[in-house]
Structures are given as structure tokens and as C-alpha cells.
Design a protein around this ligand. Structure first.
Ligand code: NAP
Ligand code: SF4
Length: 675
């Protein structure tokens, strides 16, 4: 008897049956653009072997003007068909099914040739779109239909027509972007015409036995977006036009409300999909922040949808479904929704991977095989770098001992998990605990080791991490000064007015921790919706609360300082930095930049500004928290070197600058793959 009867139930589509209710949602991995079709195929085949019922590829352009970026992958030629056949053959051989997403980006296409219903520039693109005339619209429809026909020829089981997230079809639907007065604009019937025509003509072209998923924006989260009645009307017309399945899209890319970040509660938008249940007779998929089999099962059991879409969780663990089926859910590597190695990479033009699984999208390059000869391996430091090394080394057959001076594993992950909105880190530490036990790693915790304790091992890995940087501010030894470790781990008392020194990742984290005082909107959906101004789209157009964001009062008055004169949080994650900035602004945090730290006394922190040290100012504070960065903890590495003992030094102990769990886990896994 499975714990996930709803998630693992087959889904009958009439002409074919899906083996369970899990869809791997579309992700722009950048793999298709490498031109290495074997690599792309292996990425999808690994997930097919992992048991997911149906996968959707990253967005594939139907033509040049609709492609997200110059050079983005398209489906327009016989060569494209041949290339994609490598993917479909491999997926089918692995027992999987795959649909190709047709993505016409409209005004989101990054280039001067982009097109749209009206010449209204998007706030997130520098290019105003060219207004399409009647012939231009007909060409776009023909190109989308042609891409679907070629996808079928390439062996795909279906297509997903991207109609949400503020892309081309979505742009025709709403008056925000469609100012036309012809038959493609004006009334809702007219604005709806394009998506309906696309689905109708696609169905005509591909015949009855081919899956057409239509991704429909169920809550636009932008002004002048769709009403719920319009969403229902569109869904019913899309069904009539021939769609097989409806998938949920949440929010436009330009919306100022987070929709998939880790601070968004799990399954935060399943209720939006549920509003459509019973209004159409084709299956409906829900999506966003579903990352465990338990959450997926609950969403389905509560009748929020017929199927769940998970995208990033399939990067974190290709075997998600197979492990759930085998009763090994605790072995599923959890997606912590950090975006650090997936979306942040995509938006920086880098190939996608995953913070917890560096093999994602690197399946053919980072190959982990049983070791030729088992070695004894000592790893010192049970933070992310040490844990990743220990796990992979032990899985390869090495005999691993993992030391840490702390009484528990996790290192800095244990700090991150204290921060409101970063609760997913608890699951990551739990997963490592399960996995290293399963792999037979010997744990030696609560013990500080020196060079002489490590004799007799074949390999020594130093992953001792980082220690706080000393900012050398006069008065920093006063009782009113704490380190971030005092605040996050030792839970020392903090006053009502706080000055946080250093506006890096940890300065932001500490500020968020101090502002919330034990409460986390990430685990309280009504509070989170109120904080960001999300409401029921049946009550308010596009799901925007008329009163806007209503954050709870901050628990403290916080001033966040940095010496640089740049915008606070500029170096945070590309897709999440704005959320941290917005959160702190909502909580009335004062941002002070370009400061010099002069001294600390009982009244607070004395600063001056600029090179000339002008404008001496007292930042009145009861507590000053030092978050001034970190330096490598190299005492053991130096000790070993002095004794002439060779060791691998990784993670923060190697380079502290810009250290994060992504680099640490990647470096540890790669080292262990080569030991
Ligand atoms: P960080 O990001 O390097 O920030 C250090 C801060 O300290 C900067 O604001 C810096 O700004 C300031 N600083 C540097 N030297 C100083 C000095 N001598 N005196 C006073 N201030 C000084 O380091 P972190 O905040 O400790 O974070 C460590 C790593 O953890 C980061 O690399 C980050 O990637 C990771 N992390 C990431 C997240 C995330 O959200 N993704 C969250 C937490 C941590 P000025 O030089 O301008 O003063
Ligand atoms: Fe999830 Fe982070 Fe991995 Fe992306 S990088 S898949 S968000 S864990």
C-alpha cells in the first residue's frame, strides 16, 4: 500500500493513459542551446527512468521573432526535427513520455524584432514590441502550428502551448498589453481569439491522438490582468478548441509578487487551480512550490487538481517518483527553491544545474561510478562541502569518516534554516543525515581534530568552512555587539533598535530574522498573501488585493549598513534579490550605504560618509550585529601542511569569498567523484 495513492494513480486521457499524476514542468535549462543532443537526451532520459509520467521540454521558439533570446532553440526545420528525435527516442526507450513546449515570448522576446498585440513595452524588457497586423498575426499562428506539427514528426507525445506568465498569447488576453480595436482586441471574445485559434488549428494539424497541454494564466498578479470569470471562459473555450490538459500558470514575469521563491509557502497557489476544477471536463494540472510527495499527495487528495507539475524538484532528484513509489521518500534530494543554480543561471546566460544536485544537466559530464579501489577517507567539516564529499565518496564504495567539532551535521545550513522563509534548509540537512547514514559514513561529531588524528587515512579532505571576518571597529567588544552566529544560532537577546553591519546575504538574512520575531509568513499562507497583496481573483481582478501589500508590523527597527555606495542587495541572487529588498523595505528597514564605521559605544554605532569621512552620524541602536563577511578557517589545513600531510582543501576553507552552498556542494561532489 503506497502512501501516495492519488499521486501514483494513472490518468486516462482517452486515447492514452499516463502512469501517474506527476508532470515534470518546463524549465529553460540552456541544454537545447548547447547543440549537444546526446547531453539533452540524457537529461530527459534520466528523469524518464525516474518514473515521472510526462515531461515538458524547455520553451522552444516557433520562429525568430518569438524566441526568448537570439540563438534560443527553435523548431522550424527538418534539422530541428532530426535533433529532437534524439531526445524522444531516448525518452521512449527509457519508458517515458515527453511533450515539447512551444514558447512564443511576444514582447518578452529579448530583441528589437519582438512582436506583440500593441506597442506597449514591458517593464522588464528594453524592447518595445512591433504591433502585428492581420497578416503578422496569421503568420504567428501558422508558425506555432508548424512547430507543433514538426514536434509530432520528431516523435514527441504532445506539445505544451505556453499561454501564461505574460508571454505572447497571454499578452493578447488582457487590456494591459492589448490596445487593439480590430477583431483581435477590444471585447474579451476578441482578445481571446488568438489563443483559441492557436489551439484549434494545432488540434486540426496534429489529429486526435496527440497531447495538447495549454498553460493558462490563472492569476496574472499584474494590474489590468484577467478576472476569474475570464479565466473560466478561456479554459472552457480552450477545451472546446481541442486541448487535452490544462496546466496552471501563476503570475506574469513582470509581477512584483514572488511566485516560486523559497519564501513562498509550499503549494501556495493550489487553491487558484482548484477554482477551475469542475468548470471543464479535461484534466487540470496545478503547479508552484510543490516539492515533496507529501505536498503533491495532499494537493491531489484535497481535489485542487488532477495532476501536479514539479519542475525544479526534478533537477534536485531525477528519481523523485521512483523513490516515492519505493517507499523511500526520505531519500529524495529536496529542492529548496533557492533558484541559485537553476533560474539564477538561466538569467545569467549560464547552463542550469542544481544546488543540491550538481549532476543536474551535467549527467554526461559528471559521472559517478564505483571506485576502482576502496580507500579510507577522512573528511573534516560536516557543512555542505564535507557532506557532499562524504556522501558521494561513500556511495562510490570508499570507507568514509566525517568529523565535525559541532554535535550535529549541517554547518552553515543550520544557520540558514533559522531564517524565516528559509525553512526548506531543514529538509536538506535531514536528507543529508538520512543519506550519509544509508551510505555507511562513520560520523565523528563533537570532536575537534588535529593533524596527528588523521594519520592512517588514504585521503584527507579539509572542509572546515569559514569564520566571521573581524571588521576591527573600535568598541566592537562592547556588550551591545553580537555576531550573526550569536543571533541565529546562540539566540542571544537582541534589543528593539538594531544596526546590522554588512549587507551581504547574511546581513539580509539576519535582518529578516530580527524583523519577524519567530513568525514566518512562509509557513502561514494567509499571512503571506496579506503581506504581498495577493487576493482571490474571483473577488479582485488578477488576484491583486486593492489595498496592496499589508505587511505585519516589524518586530524591531533595523538599520542595514554597508560601506559600498551601491544599491543594497545588488549582489544577491538574480531572481531573488528583489524579493529580499522588497521584504526589508516593507518592514521599514533603513538602508545606509557609503558609510565608514567610526566606533561603537553604548548609544549605538557612529558612522561617517564618503572618503572625506563627512557627516558624522549616530545610528542609535540597542544592539549592533556584525555580518561583515567571512574568512577561511584554515587552521587544520595549515597544521596538516606543516606536518607534511597532503590534503584536499575545499569549500569555504579553500576560498571564502562568495562562498555559498552551491559552490561547496559542487566542489565536494566533484572531488569525491575523482577520489
Ligand atoms: P558577503 O556577501 O561577502 O557580505 C559581506 C558584507 O560585509 C558586505 O556587505 C560587505 O560590504 C561587508 N564587509 C566586508 N568586509 C568588511 C569589513 N572589513 N568591515 C565591515 N564590513 C565589511 O558575506 P556574507 O553576508 O557573510 O555571506 C557569506 C556568503 O553566504 C555569501 O557569499 C553568500 O553567497 C552566502 N549567502 C547567501 C545567501 C542568499 O540569499 N543567497 C544568504 C546568506 C548567505 P561592504 O564591503 O560594502 O561594507
Ligand atoms: Fe531547487 Fe535550488 Fe536546485 Fe533550483 S538550484 S532546483 S531551486 S534546489
Amino acid at each position: 500500500m503506497t502512501a501516495y495513492p492519488n499521486m501514483l494513480a494513472p490518468l486516462d486521457l482517452g486515447f492514452t493513459t499516463l502512469k501517474n499524476r506527476v508532470l515534470m514542468g518546463s524549465m529553460h535549462t540552456g541544454l537545447e542551446e548547447t547543440g549537444d543532443w546526446n547531453r539533452v537526451a540524457e537529461f530527459y532520459a534520466a528523469r524518464a527512468r525516474g518514473g515521472v509520467a510526462l515531461m515538458v521540454t524547455g520553451g522552444i521558439g516557433p520562429n525568430l521573432e518569438g524566441s526568448v533570446l537570439p540563438g534560443a532553440s527553435m523548431m522550424t526545420s527538418a534539422t530541428d526535427v532530426e535533433n529532437h528525435r534524439v531526445i524522444t527516442d531516448r525518452v521512449h526507450a527509457a519508458g517515458g513520455r515527453i511533450a515539447m513546449q512551444i514558447l512564443h515570448a511576444g514582447r518578452y522576446a529579448y530583441g528589437p524584432k519582438c512582436v506583440g498585440p500593441s506597442p506597449v513595452k514591458s517593464p522588464i524588457s528594453p524592447f518595445p514590441p512591433h504591433e502585428l497586423d492581420e497578416d503578422g498575426i496569421e503568420k504567428q499562428i501558422a508558425d506555432i502550428v508548424n512547430a507543433a506539427r514538426r514536434a509530432q514528426e520528431a516523435g514527441y507525445d504532445g506539445v505544451e502551448i505556453m499561454g501564461s506568465e505574460g508571454y505572447f498569447l497571454n499578452q493578447f488576453l488582457v487590456t494591459r498589453t492589448n490596445k487593439r480595436t480590430d477583431r483581435w482586441g477590444g471585447s474579451y471574445e476578441n482578445r481571446m481569439r488568438l489563443p483559441i485559434e492557436v489551439v484549434r488549428r494545432t488540434r486540426e494539424a496534429v489529429g486526435r491522438k496527440f497531447i495538447i497541454i495549454y498553460r493558462l494564466s490563472m492569476i496574472d498578479l499584474v494590474p489590468e490582468g484577467s478576472t476569474h470569470d475570464e479565466v473560466v471562459q478561456l479554459a472552457q473555450e480552450v477545451e472546446k478548441a481541442g486541448a487535452t490538459i490544462l496546466n496552471t500558470g501563476i503570475g506574469w514575469h513582470e509581477a512584483r509578487i514572488p511566485t516560486i521563491a523559497t519564501s513562498v509557502p509550499r503549494a501556495a497557489f493550489a487553491w487558484v487551480t482548484q477554482k477551475l476544477m469542475g468548470k471543464v471536463s479535461i484534466p487540470i494540472i496545478t503547479s508552484n512550490r510543490i516539492n515533496t510527495p507529501e505536498v503533491a499527495e495532499q494537493v491531489l487528495a484535497e481535489g485542487c487538481a488532477d495532476m501536479v507539475s514539479m519542475a525544479r524538484p526534478m533537477l534536485a532528484d531525477a528519481d523523485f517518483v521512483a523513490k516515492a513509489e519505493a517507499g523511500q521518500a526520505s531519500h529524495i534530494a529536496p529542492c529548496i527553491a533557492c533558484n541559485q543554480a537553476c533560474l539564477d543561471h538561466t538569467f545569467s546566460g549560464k547552463l542550469t544545474s542544481c544546488l543540491v544536485n550538481p549532476r543536474a544537466c551535467h549527467e554526461t559530464e559528471l559521472v559517478i561510478e564505483p571506485a576502482a579501489a576502496a580507500k579510507t577517507v577522512a573528511i573534516v567539516g560536516a557543512g555542505p562541502a564535507g557532506l557532499a564529499t562524504a556522501l558521494t565518496a561513500a556511495q562510490r564504495g570508499h570507507k568514509v569518516t566525517l568529523f565535525d567539532q559541532a554535535d550535529e551535521i549541517g554547518g552553515q545550513l543550520n544557520m540558514a534554516k533559522q531564517v524565516p522563509g528559509k525553512e526548506e534548509f531543514w529538509g536538506l540537512v535531514d536528507w543529508y543525515r538520512t543519506m550519509i547514514a544509508d551510505a555507511g559514513v562513520t560520523l565523528a561529531l563533537g570532536r575537534r581534530v588535529a593533524a596527528q588524528d588523521l594519520t592512517g587515512f588514504d585521503e584527507i579532505v579539509v572542509a572546515t568552512g569559514v569564520i566571521p571576518r573581524d571588521p576591527a571597529i573600535p568598541g566592537q567588544d562592547e556588550a551591545n555587539v553580537l555576531s550573526y552566529i550569536d543571533v541565529l544560532c546562540r539566540k542571544k537577546p537582541v534589543g528593539q533598535r538594531v544596526a546590522v553591519i554588512g549587507a551581504g546575504g547574511i546581513g539580509f538574512d539576519v535582518s529578516e530574522f530580527l524583523l519577524e520575531e519567530g513568525h514566518s509568513p512562509a509557513t502561514d499562507l494567509p499571512a503571506w498573501m496579506k503581506e504581498w497583496g495577493v487576493s482571490d481573483p474571483a473577488e479582485h481582478r488578477a488576484g491583486l488585493a486593492p489595498e496592496g501589500p499589508q505587511p505585519a508590523a516589524p518586530a524591531r527597527r533595523v538599520t542595514l549598513l554597508q560601506r559600498k555606495a551601491e544599491r543594497h542587495g545588488k549582489r544577491l541572487g538574480k531572481t531573488t534579490g528583489w524579493i529580499h529588498r522588497a521584504t526589508l523595505k516593507m518592514k521599514e528597514v533603513e538602508f545606509l550605504g557609503g558609510v565608514n564605521y567610526e566606533r561603537i559605544d553604548a548609544g549605538g554605532l557612529h558612522v561617517s560618509f564618503g572618503e572625506a569621512r563627512e557627516n558624522p552620524t549616530l545610528v542609535a541602536a540597542d544592539t549592533i550585529v556584525l555580518c561583515s563577511g567571512q574568512v577561511s578557517e584554515r587552521r587544520l589545513a595549515d597544521d596538516l601542511a606543516e606536518h607534511g600531510i597532503t590534503a584536499h582543501v575545499i569549500g569555504g576553507a579553500d576560498v571564502a569569498a562568495e562562498l555559498d552552498a552551491k559552490r561547496a556542494i559542487n566542489q565536494g561532489t566533484r572531488l569525491a567523484a575523482a577520489l
